[in-house]
Design a protein around this ligand. Structure first.
Ligand code: ADP
Ligand code: MG
Length: 708
């Protein structure tokens, strides 16, 4: 690998003087970044090579600077844009905001971002940060990605399923764009015509192909960026593409382990935070937790503990960061604290490589990460808390040594470290592929087996996911997307099973209810049950609960919140309305961040549904109608009660239990549908509604006849 030697001498800390304007500070910070001194070399390499792999230490300026270099070098002439994909929403948003500031423009103008349910771009956007999944969706409308001159696939080492699929797709687009466009149009014609003939209203792909006839597109430049050293895999996949390494800087980090195995890593993390605060020199703390719930629980416990410290020791603030957090709150991690105040950042593994937070000197690593797993035999996907890999543990500890020597406190004994897997298995090998297959088919890849994957997913997983799509009616028996159901499903940015539920709900006249349901199911826990106020929280939950189950309960919460808001809107200013909703949530033990997120999702999906002319009706008080619709939509997730009070999942035969958070936990109906399978020390099903078993053969005869 080529080495681009850099040894930047200026550090961000050098520019602390109060009277230097923020602008100057930013300019100096930019100059001090390791990539700054190789700008010319990098641009030269991009001119010479259509595909480049760039590897560099986290924090060296790849994500924020390289797109700006390309812009300055004229890659956005003729109105073309630079697209930068991120596996994580948070990274796309925070980086876009940072780069806008560096460019001195409003976000959404020259620099913008686009993530699912939030598009902050305009016709003048030239540097666009987005999630990898979003670019795949854009490709449905613009199959040659004609508005981009360069695509940067950032954080490729994360190996999310969307990044993997995107790389395969980009490889194809790049080839097509470098051939004469008319040749490729002829090659694509059959596919395009097929779509038009079969499907008048969904021929978007075909008409978007036609728009290129006679137009010349410049070759697509591809840059694959990664934090880890695994450049060879990407380079070989792109036919021996040139790989460059940007030298960063890294200070030594002392690693500390626990003496014994820790039984409660959350408690251990909390204790360590305060030990560092009381015993160690100044410097901010970064603790890695597995998700929103853990972060919120530690956040609250830590805040209580701070209150109890002597006043002179209360100079510490706790700041959370995770993907469902509203974007203006995500930026709080970058805000400087007053002198003498220590920042504790509670982050998911988003802070591992995607986002570099300045000022971190101490890292607390409990050694866990939440990740998807999929059992293709049983067709069950779940989110499980796993031990991290060695590579992840090293990345995490590295975060403490960005600006000076640091310390990392691993919350496990040293011998555990050596037992960890070397690296994380790519997501494509451990997830349900229905969504990917639906997307690929919508992009014209009918034969999934022939797709050029960076690493092949397990065949069994492909078959199982295809089977699921066929059962949902998305894929016809010839392997193509069905018309109109499959095409409609591919357009809705939700899990296929939720997209299908919306279509089914249109037929059951309860789309209004289903829209609320899928929005509420798409976010983290709506209910917030703190350990110390469990009884009170449960009593409040009863006010919303429905005898039928969790789906109607969630609808009740959503509608109560809307009602509350509508009333307050008449009396109060916009700002005060938001504040009073927060208070309402607190009183009712509802997670206000999750509710807010659900309302955003709702308004976005509503737009899709309206564009597709699905009938937005409500079934009113007819709850049976809605429950029947749930059965017709989620017939793949049915569980029946066993004599011993446990349940059996009909599809897999797996023995499961109703999750204690469900309103049906004590009621135990004979037959239920569910939306989530959770595996902790028990196998649980969550988000449950009771149904009549006899409905199934009527509402999903193709499946229940098969099963018999
Ligand atoms: P890389 O992609 O190589 O990991 P980045 O380009 O993300 O590096 O970050 C470069 C520098 O910019 C880091 O020092 C980081 O702390 C800083 N930075 C990034 N985003 C922000 C932000 N929103 N506010 C302040 N500093 C930021
Ligand atoms: Mg980066």
């Amino acid at each position: 690998m080529e080495r681009l030697g850099v040894n930047a001498k200026v550090s961000a800390n050098d520019c602390k003087s109060e009277n230097i304007s923020r602008k100057r500070k930013i300019a100096e910070h930019r100059k001090s970044l390791p990539v700054a001194s190789v700008e010319h070399l990098l641009i030269q390499e991009v001119h010479r090579n259509d595909t480049l792999v760039i590897v560099g230490e986290t924090g060296s300026g790849k994500t924020t600077q390289i797109p700006q270099f390309l812009f300055n070098a004229g890659f956005c002439r003729d109105g073309k844009a630079i697209g930068v994909t991120q596996p994580r929403r948070v990274a796309a948003v925070t980086v876009a905001k940072r780069v806008s500031e560096e460019c001195g423009v409003e976000v959404g103008q020259k620099v913008g971002y686009s993530i699912r349910f939030e598009d902050v771009t305009s016709s003048s956007t030239r540097i666009k940060y987005m999630t990898d999944g979003l670019l795949l969706r854009e490709a449905l409308l613009d199959p040659f990605l004609s508005r981009y001159s360069v695509i940067i696939v950032d954080e490729a080492h994360e190996r999310t399923v969307n990044t993997d699929v995107l790389l395969g797709f980009l490889k194809k687009v790049q080839k097509t764009r470098s051939r004469s466009l008319n040749d490729s149009l002829n090659a694509e014609n059959m596919h395009a015509n097929g779509l038009v003939v079969e499907n008048g209203n969904n021929g978007k792909y075909a008409s978007s192909l036609r728009q290129y006839r006679g137009r010349k597109l410049p070759p697509l430049k591809l840059i694959i960026m990664s934090a880890s050293l695994d450049a060879r895999l990407f380079s070989e996949y792109f036919g021996g593409a040139r790989a460059l390494r940007v030298q960063g800087r890294q200070h030594p980090v002392a690693i500390f382990y626990t003496r014994k195995h820790v039984s409660d890593y959350l408690e251990a993390t909390l204790i360590t935070i305060f030990q560092i605060h009381l015993e160690e020199s100044p410097g901010d703390i970064l603790a890695f937790l597995t998700g929103q719930e853990e972060i919120e629980s530690i956040e609250n416990l830590a805040k209580d503990k701070i209150q109890k410290l002597p006043e002179s020791k209360q100079n510490i603030v706790v700041i959370p960061i995770y993907s469902a957090l509203p974007s203006e709150q995500q930026l709080r991690v970058f805000a400087p604290t007053p002198p003498g105040v220590r920042k504790v950042i509670l982050a998911t593994n988003i802070a591992e490589t995607s986002v570099t937070i300045p000022g971190i000197k101490y890292v607390i690593d409990p050694g866990f990460v939440k990740a998807r797993t999929y059992d293709p035999n049983k067709g069950m996907e779940s989110l499980i808390v796993f031990p991290t890999s060695k590579a992840q543990a090293l990345q995490r500890s590295g975060r403490a040594g960005r600006e000076g020597p640091g310390k990392c406190f691993r919350q496990y004994p040293e011998d555990m470290f050596y037992k960890l897997e070397d690296s994380t298995k790519p997501e494509i090998k451990r997830c349900n592929l229905s969504n990917v297959i639906l997307q690929l088919k919508a992009l014209g890849v009918d034969n999934i087996m022939e797709f050029d994957f960076l690493e092949e997913p397990p065949r069994q997983a492909i078959f199982k996911s295809l089977e699921q799509l066929i059962l949902l009616g998305a894929v016809a028996h010839d392997g193509k997307l069905s018309n109109p159901v499959g095409h409609l499903m591919a357009r809705i940015p939700l899990d296929p099973i939720y997209s299908k539920a919306l279509i089914v709900a249109g037929q059951f006249n309860c789309l209004e209810e289903m829209l609320i349901t899928v929005s509420m199911l798409s976010v983290e826990s709506i209910f917030y049950h703190p350990r110390e106020k469990l009884e009170e929280a449960r009593a409040k939950m009863k006010c919303f609960s429905s005898l039928e189950g969790d789906h109607l309960t969630l609808i009740n919460v959503y509608r109560s919140a809307e009602e509350f808001l509508n009333k307050k809107k008449l009396e109060l200013s916009k700002e005060k309305v938001e504040k009073s909703l927060k208070k309402w949530c607190k009183e009712n033990f509802i997670n206000s961040r999750s509710l807010r997120h659900a309302r955003d999702v709702h308004s976005q999906i509503r737009e899709h549904v309206e564009q597709m002319n699905l009938p937005l009706h409500s079934c009113g008080d007819d709850t049976i109608q809605f429950c029947r619709c749930l059965a017709a939509s989620f017939f793949l997730n049915v569980a029946t009660k066993q004599p011993d009070g446990t349940y059996r999942d009909c599809a897999s035969g797996e023995v499961v239990q109703i999750h204690p958070s469900s309103v049906l936990f004590r009621k135990k109906p004979d037959c239920v549908i569910f939306n989530e399978f959770v595996q902790t020390n028990h196998k649980y099903i969550r988000n449950i509604t009771r149904i009549d078993r006899l409905w199934l053969s009527e509402l999903a005869p193709h499946y229940y006849a098969l099963q018999n």
